[in-house]
Design a protein around this ligand. Structure first.
Ligand SMILES: [Zn+2]
Length: 263
């Protein structure tokens, strides 16, 4: 894909408006880089709900385990479904969460138990997430995106960014994709991990009867696989928005900037 886009850009350069092509290439059409691997130390992953860990970064989790990297998963809410699931769903989904992590080989996890669907950007949430970062001293933190169309995800992302800024141990923040495709900066090859990722997701039977996350997750992984530098059959990827301490864990500027009139 990279090669064909480069060839297309070259043709465009020769035949059309050069500034517009430069803007397209440099800012609006940046392709994700390979995720630096392995991480320089422990990785702390936050999942607002049971299933986010498998959908958003199941492949990453398995690769961390396979690489012998210390990894802990923090489940932020109780997964009770905010009224959209039967009574007792929280207990069932807790078991499903454990089964999902077992598929991925993750043994270290923490449950914060906030009510599902009721997260707010409040001191208790900030303090709970800050305490997790302080205790685990990760080099990378991984969580949902502040751009997600779900308040629990946005509040978790906001609290995690604040905690990352407060603890110098954190070098990089990775936002994963669940409630929407993101303007990814990095992609990780999970071709060899996709089957296990989907098996982990399949453990979340309670939500899978409501939404076909399995098909959507497989499709997204295949789409992200197109962005890998090494071309492989049946390629699958997970994409992330990675930000660093040097920019205050803020998204790069310039993305989506409209092309100026006349260019
Ligand atoms: Zn979620």
């Amino acid at each position: 894909m990279k090669r064909s886009i480069a060839a297309w850009l070259e043709r465009r350069r020769a035949t059309s408006n050069a500034p517009a092509v430069a803007a397209l290439e440099g800012e609006l059409c940046a392709l994700p880089e390979p995720l630096p691997w392995p991480p320089p130390g422990p990785v702390l992953v936050f999942a607002p709900h049971p299933d986010d860990e498998a959908i958003g970064c199941g492949g990453l989790l398995l690769r961390l385990v396979q690489a012998g990297v210390a990894v802990r998963v923090v489940l932020v809410t109780d997964g009770s479904g905010a009224g959209g699931l039967p009574a007792g769903a929280a207990q069932v989904r807790e078991r499903e969460f454990h089964s999902s992590l077992a598929r991925l080989g993750v043994t270290d996890h923490v449950m914060l138990g906030f009510p599902d669907g009721e997260l707010v950007a409040s001191a208790p949430l900030f303090e709970a997430i800050d305490a997790q970062v302080r205790a685990f001293t990760p080099r990378w933190v991984v969580g949902p995106s502040a751009a997600d169309a779900h308040r629990d995800h946005r509040c978790t992302a906001q609290a995690l960014r604040r905690a990352a800024l407060a603890h110098d141990c954190v070098q990089m923040s990775l936002e994963y994709e669940t409630w929407g495709a993101l303007p990814a900066t990095h992609v990780l090859d999970i071709t060899d991990q996709l089957a296990t990722k989907l098996a982990a997701l399949a453990e979340h039977a309670t939500v899978l009867v409501q939404m076909d996350y399995a098909r959507a997750t497989a499709g997204l992984a295949q789409y992200r696989g197109l962005l890998l530098r090494e071309k492989r059959a049946q390629a699958a990827g997970e994409a992330f928005v990675c930000t660093g301490r040097d920019t205050g864990f803020a998204w790069p500027t310039g993305w989506g900037r409209p092309i100026e009139p006349g260019k």
